[in-house]
Design a binder for this molecule. Structure first.
Ligand code: UDX
Length: 441
């Protein structure tokens, strides 16, 4: 049985820890937060992720997964330590590495055996070398160690599935033997393993996220053009996606990307490029298009309500940045609610899981326990997050209780033709065609 220590029990750390324990390793998950560790020992998860509680519980019961706040305890007898701490955006968009630095330092000060230090956090290209320097400087004795970059590609909401079914494992190191050792840990996952140098592995993560963000901004730009030309972006995306070089994924037009990764990573990549005198024009276009989605949504609702939202009541269906998570980091709903309130609207909110997290972030938004009571007396509803439960809402019931049947669908979950039949005043995004054939001479 291999022994692994995972530093950080956030999204990435906790899933990595529980995932490797489930593969039969002995894993000690370490965090400096007493509160989080005490909670985990009692079975309280610090984050919401479908299936996580069961996975943790199963592996704690089997004795393969334990928790600690002590580096001496975490590193005793350990061959591998994963660093999976947060790397928030600094003031200029550069990644803030203070937590990585603190973790590397503590590992150095407390290691007693030969160690492979594996970096999972998304860090600027060159950080692996920097971490190696920190460890070297803070070691109490010259114990051999290697640094390997192993970027994570987990999506919130399906992180456990993604851990167990990766598309690939990327490993970067200047020490091939260490990379091979980490590859061994990943073999049961049966995914292709790309072994490269440290900086290239770090770059693969940024390039992957920037590419996905580019796909989203691309389709959002196409959505704008579809609206102007009378085409339907959802069908355009379907038609494009059958080309295997394009693929169907990440072509849903909507309110743009949010969350903890894409906004931060695209910005950080642009920042790294600019520091070296490069002009990442495409990355800036991607960010600009994304930033425009939120004010555009507010404008749409205004238009639908006759040009003004002053005194109007608007209900937001969905607050989280995407479904199956309670994560509100950079969620479009925050900016949208702010702008609507600033324009004089009364804003209400409902989300199946994120309301507890959302409420303090939007104190002027009145939260409701269910979508139907929220809709009562609303002048408009807007769909911010494509939760499955919204797809099945009883729209007649909504309509009867609303002041007027106006729905702005920021995620294109409904069929415009059906909404027309139901007598809704309905608009999605990029659906210029709107279900009606018009023959122009
Ligand atoms: C992302 C990456 O997918 C993952 O590999 C990486 O490790 C972390 O960042 P995550 O932030 O959990 O994961 O969310 P993801 O499902 O990728 O969606 C990101 C954002 O893009 C969401 O705001 C989502 O609403 C938006 N999106 C996604 C679209 O607007 N359209 C799409 O077609 C796909």
């Amino acid at each position: 049985m291999r022994q692994i220590c995972v530093v950080g029990v956030g999204y990435v750390g906790l899933i990595t820890a529980a995932g490797f324990a489930d593969l039969g390793n002995r894993v000690i998950a370490l965090d400096i937060s007493e509160k989080k560790i005490e909670g985990l020992k009692k079975g309280d998860m610090p984050i919401y992720e479908p299936g996580l509680e069961e996975l943790v519980e199963r592996n704690v019961k089997s004795g393969r997964l334990t928790f600690t706040t002590s580096y001496t305890e975490g590193l005793k007898g350990t061959e591998y330590v994963f660093i999976a701490v947060g790397t928030p955006s600094g003031v200029d968009g550069e990644a803030d590495l203070q937590y990585v630095e603190a973790a590397a330092r503590s590992v150095a000060e407390n290691m007693s055996d030969e160690l492979v230090i594996i970096n999972k956090s998304t860090v600027p290209v060159g950080t692996g070398d920097w971490v190696a320097g920190i460890v070297k400087r803070h070691q109490k004795a010259a114990i051999p160690f290697s640094v390997v970059s192993c970027p994570e590609f987990l999506r919130e909401g399906s992180a456990i599935f993604d851990f167990q079914n990766p598309h690939r494992t990327v490993l970067g190191s200047l020490d091939r033997e260490a990379a091979d050792k980490v590859a061994q840990l990943h073999l049961p996952l049966r995914a292709p393993i790309v072994i490269t140098d440290l900086r290239t592995a770090e770059m693969i993560k940024y390039a992957s996220n920037a590419f996905l963000a580019t796909k989203i901004s691309f389709i959002n730009e196409i959505a704008n053009i579809c609206e102007a030309l009378g085409a339907d972006v959802t069908e355009v995306a379907t038609g494009m996606g059958y080309d295997e070089r394009i693929g169907h994924h990440f072509l849903s037009a909507g309110l743009g990307y949010g969350g903890s990764c894409f906004p931060k990573d695209v910005l950080a990549l642009a920042h790294m490029a600019e520091e070296k005198g490069k002009h990442p024009q495409l990355l800036h276009a991607v960010m600009d298009i994304n930033a425009d989605r939120r004010p555009m949504a507010v404008e749409r609702v205004k238009e639908m309500l006759g040009g003004d939202v002053k005194g109007k009541t608007i209900g937001m269906l969905g607050l989280a940045f995407k479904p199956n998570t309670d994560d509100m980091r950079d969620a479009p709903s925050i900016d949208i609610a702010k702008a609507l309130i600033a324009a004089g609207a009364h804003v209400r909110g409902y989300d199946p899981v994120s309301m507890g997290v959302a409420a303090p972030l939007m104190p002027d938004v009145k939260m409701y326990d269910d979508p139907y009571s929220m809709a009562e007396g609303c002048d408009a509803l807007m769909i911010n997050t494509e939760w499955n439960e919204f797809k099945q809402l009883n729209r007649r019931q909504l309509q009867e209780s609303m002041n007027q049947p106006v729905i702005f669908d920021g995620r294109n979950i409904y069929d415009p033709a059906e909404m027309k039949d139901l007598n809704f005043i309905y608009r999605g995004l990029g659906r210029g065609y709107n279900g009606a054939h018009t023959a122009e001479a």
